[in-house]
Design a protein around this ligand. Structure first.
Ligand SMILES: Cc1cc2nc3c(=O)[nH]c(=O)nc-3n(C[C@H](O)[C@H](O)[C@H](O)COP(=O)(O)OP(=O)(O)OC[C@H]3O[C@@H](n4cnc5c(N)ncnc54)[C@H](O)[C@@H]3O)c2cc1C
Length: 790
């Protein structure tokens, strides 16, 4: 069909038509159309605009549509005697089953005309009057005098106008969903009231209070939109069912964070950075792998954030602090270099967290909402940040870019692929699909996003997700930009687009962004250093535990394993080569990816492995030692990573967690010393091999691998040695391996001291036995002559 539920139009079908049209408490307007009919297609934007325009009238009158081209709806259209398209019919509240509706004859494609027709029809309502609909006829002095005796409201707004004007009735219905206020129209012929209030202008609006007090409502332009906006914001006036607005003082208690006072006329960098944090770390973090459209989308998103103006290379579209823009640029250049068809989030995260520790490059961790604060933790925040971020980017592109749709395309695909609110993403995609192609210049891109945002605001006004303290309005409201609003000759509200563009370019300009509430760059960098350091400690501890577990497992599986068979050797070699050929992206693959591979992506992976990634190339050139040194930590595949084993614990101790690190370093050194001693006792060739591997790592600027950290590591070393020295050490190696294993089996769970003590006691007891043996032997010998003498 031509409409969706997000157009705020009820979609009628054979199943629901009766329940919606018959006996409804609200009057219904129904468009009968055929989706193949050109007139209907052309009329549909007007009907959607009408739905947005009279959204606040819903309890009294609602819009619906039915697609008669749909086979399933044919009966509906037949029942209501529809023969041409589009046909619009009015159904009174409480319509009977046989009622066929009142057709609109000769309606134009003009929202105002349609609205007036609806009002005319509403007034023809006999009894029962729609319960939610306020009286639409003009009021009199008599009624006003007793008004507060019979109505429990705070404000009575009187709109003075002539008989042909619809403003009074429109504003009355615009305020229908608001408590504490009532609106009545007064005709210019109601002399007593006109004289009492001294009214000279028609239309004009007065606020009337108990006791006969009154005051004129001051607005920039005497028109419906201005009256409605001003009346909805009077003190005590609140959308029905919503809590009354409270002062910012009281807001303090509703959120976990302290309330941060802010200027609603300004954009805050804290909101933009918080949005980036949430988007890059949380929202994108929900993906394990980016591939296909998601990968393209990720690249386009980061690319617009990091895009630089040709004349000012330091100036990115994201108008952030240097530490943040440096990070975005690094991230972007890394992403653009990735030629593979998938990137894991882990690999992306490594770059995002600046694990390579490039100077002055980081994204502050955590959120600190300011202009996007909500009165409750579930209001505003991130989605507010997303809108703000992209408004800023379109404004930045307006002065720096050349492709009018670049930012909008990036936003569209980001929202489509990653935005957590899937329904929002669907609605946004519909809007983009309908009109994004019409954006042909940079200023229209700015205006396109503004107008689409207003469409969303209109749809969400009064919704559950609306923060009562920050109602959804058509933005910017008159008190923010009076020049943005205008009225046509017929009194209809319109936007002055030149003024709106001027306002947006100023409001979202990078020069005006406030940096209040931001953490200082030095604090952020210090935190980053601490984070890296503590991550290293965690890695060491985890790997340590992992290795111990593996040792225990190995021992349980093969308590007295000796020389591996030829086949085992080959398998190990094969596995090793396969691991080496995988690029860093694969290294970081999660369990889920691995399952994917098993489910059929394996072929793809194999294909990829033959094409080394830009990361893999230099690694291969530098050889195995470097490859190992550059591997990322991975707990999934339980690989050993020499680089992690060679953490500079001492400097870490000096800087940060002295106590923790000391404890770990002590246990490490004890073990290292004991194993070093063990290694020293072993014959020359193995020692030579350790030196050889150490030298290999030294070449890439790393300390030699500490064998004390990795008992299993001895195996690949010996294999390497076997390959390099062409069989020279075969016999010794077998012997050593056997010995080493036997030793490790015998010494499991005991320290060197325990073992030495054991040996010592063993010798001592043997000695005792020997002494006793000799003693008794001597005594026997001394006795024997006595016996032999007769
Ligand atoms: C792409 C997208 C689609 C969404 N779709 C839905 C949806 O379908 N359903 C849903 O419940 N929520 C949706 N949301 C969330 C919703 O739009 C709001 O972002 C959220 O409810 C928070 O509202 P807010 O009061 O902070 O104001 P927001 O609407 O988030 O606006 C943020 C700030 O932008 C400024 N602003 C307001 N209007 C405009 C404008 N027209 N032009 C320029 N600046 C403006 C104001 O300063 C405002 O405070 C969507 C969000 C996004 C980013």
């Amino acid at each position: 069909g031509l409409y969706t539920a997000s157009d705020q139009i009820v979609l009628l079908t054979q199943e629901n038509v009766e329940s919606i049209l018959i006996n409804s408490t609200a009057a219904m307007i129904v468009e009968f159309y055929a989706s193949w009919c050109g007139h209907c297609v052309a009329f549909s934007p007007t009907y959607k605009a009408l739905a947005r325009d009279i959204k606040e009238w819903k309890p009294a009158v609602d819009l619906a549509a039915v697609d008669c081209a749909d086979q399933e709806n044919r009966e509906v259209c037949k029942t209501y005697k529809v023969r041409g398209y589009p046909t619009i019919k009015f159904f009174h509240a409480y319509s009977k089953p046989d009622y066929e509706g009142l057709p609109f004859r000769e309606f134009s494609r003009n929202v105002q005309d349609l609205r007036h027709k609806i009002l005319d029809k509403l007034e023809t309502h006999g009894e029962p009057w729609p319960p939610a609909c306020p009286p639409l006829e003009p009021t009199s002095q008599m009624e006003v005098d007793v008004f507060f005796e019979t109505n429990d409201v705070k404000h009575l707004a009187l709109i003075f106008e002539d008989a042909t004007s619809y403003v009074g009735r429109e504003v009355t219905l615009d305020l229908l969903q608001f408590d504490s206020i009532a609106v009545r129209r007064v005709l210019n012929t109601e002399e007593s009231l006109v004289t009492k209030l001294g009214v000279t202008e028609f239309p004009s609006c007065y606020l009337y209070y108990p006791g006969g007090n009154f005051t004129r409502l001051r607005v920039d332009i005497e028109a419906r939109a201005f009256y409605s906006y001003a009346l909805q914001r009077l003190p005590g006036v609140v959308r029905s069912g919503k809590p009354p607005p409270v002062s910012t003082e009281l807001l303090k208690n509703n959120t976990e964070d302290p309330w941060r006072p802010f200027d609603k006329f300004r954009v805050y960098m804290a909101d933009l950075e918080s949005t980036l944090h949430y988007s890059l770390r949380v929202e994108l973090g929900a993906q394990s792998v980016f591939q296909g459209r998601a990968l393209t989308s990720l690249k386009a998103y980061i690319s617009v954030l990091a895009k630089v103006h040709l004349a000012e290379l330091s100036d990115t579209y994201f108008p952030g602090r240097p530490i943040v823009t440096n990070l975005l640029k690094d991230l972007n250049s890394w992403l653009q270099k990735q030629t593979g068809d998938r990137i894991s989030y882990e690999a992306f995260k490594e770059k995002l967290e600046n694990d390579a520790q490039s100077p002055n490059s980081t994204l502050p961790d955590g959120v600190r909402w300011v202009g996007c604060q909500g009165s409750q933790p579930h209001f505003r925040r991130y989605p507010c940040g997303v809108w703000t971020l992209f408004h800023v980017l379109t404004v930045q592109a307006n002065s720096k870019g050349s492709d009018p749709q670049e930012v909008l395309r990036a936003m569209r695909s980001y929202v489509h692929n990653f935005f957590g609110c899937r329904e929002c993403a669907g609605h946004f995609e519909n809007m983009a699909a309908e009109t994004l192609e019409q954006v042909t210049s940079l200023p229209t891109a700015v205006l396109w996003l503004w107008s689409r945002h207003n469409v969303v605001n209109n749809r969400l006004a009064g919704a559950l997700s609306e923060d009562p303290q920050f109602p959804k309005i058509q933005w910017p409201p008159p008190d923010m930009c009076s020049a943005c609003h205008a009225v046509k000759d017929n009194g209809e509200h319109t936007w002055n687009l030149t003024e709106v563009l001027k306002f947006l370019l100023t409001y979202f300009s990078s020069d005006r962004i406030l940096t209040d509430y931001l953490e200082s760059e030095s604090q952020i960098l210090e935190k980053q250093r601490e984070k890296h350091a503590s991550q290293q400690v965690v890695h060491i501890a985890e790997r340590h535990a992992e290795r111990r577990a593996r040792e225990a497992l190995d021992f349980r599986k093969h308590p007295l394993e000796t020389e591996p068979t030829e086949q085992e050797e080959e398998e190990e070699k094969g596995g090793e080569v396969e691991e080496e050929e995988e690029g860093p992206q694969d290294e970081t693959a999660t369990e889920e990816e691995e399952e994917d591979e098993e489910d059929g992506l394996a072929g793809d992976m194999v294909g990829r492995s033959s094409e080394p990634t830009p990361w893999a190339k230099p690694e291969m050139e530098l050889g195995r030692g470097r490859q190992q040194a550059r591997r990322r930590p991975s707990f999934v595949r339980m690989r050993r990573d020499p680089q992690e084993d060679i953490v500079d614990l001492d400097s870490f101790v000096n800087q940060h967690y002295k106590a923790k690190a000391l404890q770990m370093a002590t246990s490490t050194r004890v073990k290292r010393r004991s194993l070093q001693r063990k290694e020293e006792q072993e014959p020359g060739p193995v020692f030579g091999l350790g030196m050889e591997l150490g030298a290999g790592l030294g070449m890439v600027g790393l300390e030699p691998v500490d064998a004390g950290f990795d008992l299993d590591f001895a195996r690949p070393r010996k294999r390497l040695q076997k390959r390099d020295v062409a069989g020279q050490y075969f016999g010794q190696e077998a012997e050593l391996r056997h010995k080493g294993r036997l030793m490790s089996v015998l010494t499991i769970g005991f320290s060197k001291v325990d073992i030495s003590l054991c040996v010592f006691l063993y010798f001592l007891s043997s000695l005792c036995l020997l002494v006793m043996y000799l003693f008794f032997k001597n005594r026997l010998r001394r006795r024997r002559p006595k016996i032999s003498v007769p």
